[in-house]
Ligand binder design. Structure first.
Ligand code: GAP
Length: 544
């Protein structure tokens, strides 16, 4: 259901005043409601289960079910093909999760991979202090957007948004507050001043969402890396870490790949793999997990050319997202005000989840920081020899880093649709359908005999046995055909092929398309090309 479209109706039925905050909370509640429905749908239909559920689950850890695993694999294939297959100068690797402990000293993770945490003394809930402040800034921005929306309605066609935003006194007040908070926030982060971070929370009267009070503890730093021991004899065992990012596996293999692959700069190394972070606040389902998967690509360039390549990859990566067809307006770039110690530029690609615009992917210009650090800590020369110019240098790096799980959540949130239908006899019906981009859908075709007799199941199996070499198929003969269509809608299958008595006589079947629910009759020999055209990964990649 599109909650925005039903705005007028909702207001009337609930008597909400559109100019008060009640309305904002109402929409938020609706979005929260939508998010809850998505989570329960994902579980009910075999996409995502809480980890170790029979033991009541493990916080911020999830398992992917039979359809989730397929969707995840398809997302990874789309990313891998877009980078490794379509670029002659990008190759992929698969490095180990465990790495030499000095890697994390060199990368700065041991000393600086921290989040500032704060507890509310009344609710005993723990928060990331930086996220509390960022959410406060988002709320102020929301107020500006709502004021502009209201004014647009009031003034109609005459409304000049630019002028309004730059002159309206209330908006100027909000903007000034945002700027002031942002400046103090960036200064506090850069100086690693935890007391100043706490002061921003107090000054802005940021309250605990659970207790509603402002009874806060001090802010403390918390390192996000999981530590474990390598070796079976306790006193000899050395502490190692579960990698918090896959990128370091690429950096430490830079020389291996460059030499064995005879790679010439500019070139990239891509990798997909698990990463682990002991997140302080692990809410929002698979958005912030303690064990998750990343798809990262480090692009090695000549020093001085990194910002050009940075723009190139920003553009390329946004195109990859847009090709999925989830809606261009659902994406935006977010520029980092505070850069990490190794970066000279950083942007996020944000997607509008049911809980607001949030990061799905980061594009970072990481300078020569990581390679130089590994050169220093390992004592090995990590450089590139440019034969044409007869010079050696430590390459600069532009990184694109996207979470598999966040991409999954983005696709799932966009796909989940509740539809009200009118049946042929005029009665009302409804369905929940996952409008997953067909190339990524877990099951591409369901093969359904209309009835369980008269040789229809045998014919259906014969068709399936041919289609299964090209597509992930499912066979279903249980229940009425209508119920079987609904089951396929709920898991997002783009096509249902129905075998009826005419099939036996004329060698034709009906194909039902998921989104339009339209059915056409086609010759069995055409099935492969009709379905292939719509669900092909190749056609998706051609859009890039
Ligand atoms: N190598 C750079 C790096 O790791 P990051 O912004 O910390 O950068 C990159 O992470 C991406 O990894 C994020 O944009 C997000 O999609 C994903 N990610 C990070 N932490 C995550 C978590 N706790 N749960 C799920 N995905 C996460």
């Amino acid at each position: 259901m599109n909650y925005q479209c039903n705005y007028e109706k909702l207001l009337k039925s609930f008597n909400f005043d559109p100019v008060t905050h009640n309305f904002i909370f109402f929409i938020m509640a609706q979005n929260e409601d939508l998010f809850k429905k998505i989570i329960s749908h994902a579980k009910e239909y075999g996409y995502i289960f809480p980890s170790s559920e029979i033991y009541d689950g493990l916080s911020a850890v999830y398992d992917y079910g039979q359809y989730g695993a397929e969707l995840k694999n398809n997302i990874k294939q789309y990313w891998w093909s877009a980078l490794v297959q379509l670029h002659e100068n990008i190759v992929g690797i698969d490095s180990a999760i465990f790495m030499h402990p000095t890697v994390w000293k060199a990368s700065g993770h041991v000393d600086a991979f921290n989040d500032p945490l704060i507890d509310n003394k009344d609710s005993k809930k723990r928060y990331r202090a930086d996220i509390l402040i960022e959410e406060h800034l988002d709320k102020l921005q929301d107020k500006i957007d709502k004021e502009a929306e209201k004014a647009a309605k009031r003034f109609g066609e005459k409304f000049d948004k630019e002028l309004y935003l730059s002159t309206n006194p209330k908006i100027q007040e909000y903007k000034a507050t945002i700027e002031e908070v942002k400046t103090k926030f960036v200064q506090a982060l850069e100086a690693n001043n935890l007391e100043a971070i706490r002061q921003i929370i107090l000054d802005n009267e940021i309250a605990c969402p659970v207790s509603g009070t402002r009874n806060w503890t001090e802010v403390r730093q918390f390192n996000l890396m999981f530590e474990t021991k390598l070796g079976s004899v306790t006193d000899e065992a050395s502490a190692i870490y579960l990698r918090p990012e896959t990128a370091q596996g690429i950096f430490v293999n830079y020389l291996n790949v460059q030499k064995t692959g005879r790679m010439k700069i500019p070139f990239g190394i891509a990798q997909i793999g698990k990463a682990f972070r002991n997140e302080i606040v692990a809410r929002q389902f698979i958005f912030r997990m303690r064990e998750f998967e990343q798809m990262e690509m480090q692009f090695f360039v000549k020093p001085g050319e990194e910002l050009e390549w940075f723009e190139y990859w920003k553009d390329k990566r946004m195109k990859w997202h847009m090709a999925l067809g989830l809606g261009d307006q659902k994406y935006r770039f977010y520029k980092h005000d505070k850069l990490a110690h190794y970066a000279n530029a950083a942007f996020d690609i944000q997607y509008e989840f049911p809980f607001g615009f949030k990061e799905v992917e980061g594009i970072h210009s990481r300078t020569d920081y990581d390679l130089s650090q590994h050169q220093k800590f390992s004592g090995k020369k990590i450089q590139y020899f440019d034969a044409e110019q007869n010079i050696s240098y430590v390459p600069y790096v532009v990184e694109t880093s996207i979470g598999v799980d966040r991409t999954f959540l983005m696709i799932l949130s966009s796909a989940y649709t509740e539809e009200k239908l009118i049946k042929e006899d005029g009665s009302a019906d409804e369905r929940v359908v996952l409008k997953i981009p067909p190339a990524l859908a877990p099951v591409k075709v369901a093969v359904l005999p209309l009835v369980k007799k008269d040789g229809l199941p045998e014919k259906a199996r014969e068709i399936l046995d041919d289609l299964k070499f090209d597509f992930n198929c499912q066979y279903d003969e249980k229940d009425s055909i209508g119920r079987r269509y609904r089951r396929q809608d709920a898991i997002g299958t783009p096509y249902c092929v129905t075998i009826d008595h005419e099939t036996l006589e004329q060698n034709s079947v009906t194909i039902r398309e998921r989104d339009s629910m339209e059915q056409i009759r086609v010759d069995i020999s055409k099935l492969n090309s009709i379905i292939g055209e719509k669900v092909s990964m190749k056609n998706l990649l051609r859009k890039l």
